[in-house]
Design a protein around this ligand. Structure first.
Ligand code: MTE
Ligand code: MO
Length: 240
């Protein structure tokens, strides 16, 4: 086993313990563990070149958020390309698969036991409107950590119940403000806005933020089908 594999194993174990609510991890991470991390981290520069384990260890800088008073409750227009799927919250499972050591099938109850993050950000649609919205949910990076990604992961795919599909670079997916959101403006997400769970992030245009996500797949390659709008000529990275 190489040194990098050792440090990755420790990281994922630590994440898993954090998510399981077990906090005493000192015994797992001695001085030995920390010095292994230093070697890996020192070589890395730009987020897009960084390995998944480096991105998990070093959260990217958050985008500034807005105050509660800035929320625009009516400004988020519904934008759905076809139909609105009705998903049974009790039967729903969020699948996480692909290049992972620990595939997941998470119920909403399990997702809601993970740490809740709330953020007030601007949603920007390419069609020429924007809205300041509060989203609440689980950091996508926490879900990815739980699934124990393999070292070669570079992209992430999202499949939705309405046939929508999307792909993101792994750095953007692991940004601390990229959420799997189940609340909007302090309330349970409505069906029209993507219930039970959707993507929300201040760093990507609206069409990257899939509603009704049912499956997350980690990959090492970008597949020919990149996204519903991207495959019709829209830009893939779509950063804000
Ligand atoms: N599954 C799915 N997700 C989607 C879409 C869609 O049609 N289907 N539209 C996208 C677009 S273009 C935008 S701007 C936002 C709009 O989110 P909202 O309808 O909750 O305002 O959802 C995005 N996510
Ligand atoms: Mo959009």
């Amino acid at each position: 086993m190489s040194l990098i594999q050792v440090s990755e194993g420790l990281l994922l174990r630590r994440r898993f313990l954090q998510l399981s609510g077990i906090s005493s991890i000192g015994f797992l991470l001695g001085g030995c563990g920390s010095s292994l991390f230093d070697g890996v981290v020192g070589k890395m520069t730009e987020p897009l070149n960084q390995s998944v384990e480096t991105l998990l260890l070093n959260p990217q800088k958050p985008v500034p958020e807005f105050p509660l008073s800035a929320i625009q409750p009516d400004a988020l227009l519904i934008n759905t390309f076809d139909f609105t799927p009705e998903i049974d919250r009790e039967k729903f499972r969020l699948i996480v698969d692909g290049e992972v050591n620990h595939p997941l099938s998470l119920s909403m109850a399990e997702i809601q036991q993970m740490p809740l993050t709330s953020m007030i950000i601007r949603h920007v649609c390419v069609e020429g409107w924007a809205a300041i919205v509060q989203w609440g949910g689980v950091r996508l990076r926490d879900i990815v950590s739980l699934a124990q990604p393999k070292a070669n992961v570079r992209y992430i795919y999202f499949k939705s119940a309405d046939g929508y599909y999307e792909s993101w670079d792994i750095a953007s997916a692991l940004h601390p403000q990229t959420l799997m959101a189940y609340q909007k403006n302090g309330q349970t997400l409505s069906t029209r806005n993507g219930a039970p769970i959707r993507l929300a992030s201040p760093i990507k245009l609206g069409y990257k933020q899939s509603k009704w996500v049912t499956k997350i797949t980690l990959t090492n390659n970008l597949l020919p089908s990149k996204g519903y709008w991207e495959d019709q000529g829209y830009e893939w990275f779509a950063g804000i």
